[in-house]
Design a protein around this ligand. Structure first.
Ligand SMILES: Cc1cc2nc3c(=O)[nH]c(=O)nc-3n(C[C@H](O)[C@H](O)[C@H](O)COP(=O)(O)OP(=O)(O)OC[C@H]3O[C@@H](n4cnc5c(N)ncnc54)[C@H](O)[C@@H]3O)c2cc1C
Length: 293
């Protein structure tokens, strides 16, 4: 199903994000994860797109597996990294042939060893350019990325959110956020965008279920997200007890999701890191309390 059609009829969605496995063992883990999460009834799932050539075809393989085995709507991530516009168009042909109807259009991060993103000659410099290319193609529904705390390269939140306005105007029917941990950031972003777009944009919070403080720190460093002092203070005293950190982290994540939904979030997108347990615990808790139907 196309996500623009789904969004037109459904005010809230639940989705999970996976990444292509690096080896056979990781592939089996992912298959297991998908089998465990599918019964929770996600409205869609998404699969990331790597910087290296070999992981790129894996995005399509994972989506083909999901579509055939569990029959859940899938969205492929796609970046501008290392591809000319002609190569991107050829990839769109491949995706269309594989039955993919939804794309998350991204600029991508610089490949390993490169400090700054350098557009490929004849390629796209920004996600907005990729959205223009996808809109001209006409076969896909597309989403984009949003950054409640601002993208790390942007001089200010407003500068970054101004560029986000451009992505919606280029045809994104919704956005998924980078992980973040303060509801106020989400609320302020929506308040800033709404008058500029003439309506509240559909921005789905990306949620990292917290299970391990070191893993949380590593993830945040990688994506440029801040861990608020309150969350740090909440988890730090438990640092010597991984079970207590996990329990407190999941409880914190459930409350965060609840607060976001109360602030008007049109659903939740869980970064599962290819594991099912934490995401399933969060979703089950929200369903039991009636916060997520
Ligand atoms: C939900 C989500 C999923 C992701 N999945 C992947 C993935 O699968 N693979 C992957 O490699 N990466 C992924 N990323 C990471 C993403 O590629 C990086 O964060 C990247 O650095 C920015 O991508 P973007 O699409 O937001 O870029 P853009 O929207 O192009 O923005 C990049 C920077 O340029 C600025 N900018 C935009 N337009 C202009 C303009 N016209 N003039 C000047 N400045 C401008 C923006 O403010 C921002 O600072 C994901 C991120 C998110 C939030």
């Amino acid at each position: 199903m196309r996500l623009d059609h789904l969004f037109a009829s459904q005010p809230r969605t639940l989705s999970f994000e996976f990444f292509p496995p690096k080896n056979d063992r990781a592939w089996y883990t992912l298959e297991d994860t998908i089998d465990h999460l599918a019964p929770l009834g996600p409205d869609f799932v998404s699969v990331t797109y790597g910087a290296g050539g070999s992981t790129r075809s894996k995005t399509r393989e994972v989506i083909e597996h999901i579509q055939s085995k569990v029959n859940v709507t899938a969205m492929a991530h796609l970046t501008c990294v290392g591809a000319t516009r002609d190569e991107l168009r050829a990839l769109l042909d491949e995706y269309a042939a594989a039955g993919i109807k939804n794309l998350l259009a991204l600029r991508g991060d610089p490949p390993k060893g490169q400090e700054h993103f350098v557009p490929t000659d004849g390629g796209c410099a920004y996600a907005k350019d990729l959205l223009d290319l996808i809109r001209a193609d006409g076969r896909f529904s597309s989403l984009c990325a949003a950054f409640p705390e601002r993208h790390p390269e942007a001089p200010s939140r407003e500068a970054d959110w101004g560029n986000l306005v451009g992505k919606f105007q280029a045809g994104a029917t919704g956005a998924i956020t980078q992980c973040f941990f303060d509801v106020a950031d989400y609320r302020q972003m929506l308040e800033w965008l709404t008058p500029r777009l003439g309506k509240t944009p559909r921005i789905i919070p990306g949620i990292l279920p917290i299970t391990d403080f070191n893993a949380l720190e590593r993830f945040c460093v990688r994506c440029g997200a801040n861990i608020p002092v309150g969350l740090r203070q909440h988890l730090a005293p438990l640092a010597q007890n991984p079970i207590a950190v996990r329990k407190a982290g999941i409880a914190w994540t459930v409350k965060f999701c609840r607060d976001l939904l109360a602030a008007g979030a049109p659903g939740l997108h869980l970064y599962c890191l290819n594991r099912s347990t934490a995401a399933a615990e969060v979703v089950t808790a929200l369903r039991l309390s009636g916060d997520l139907t």
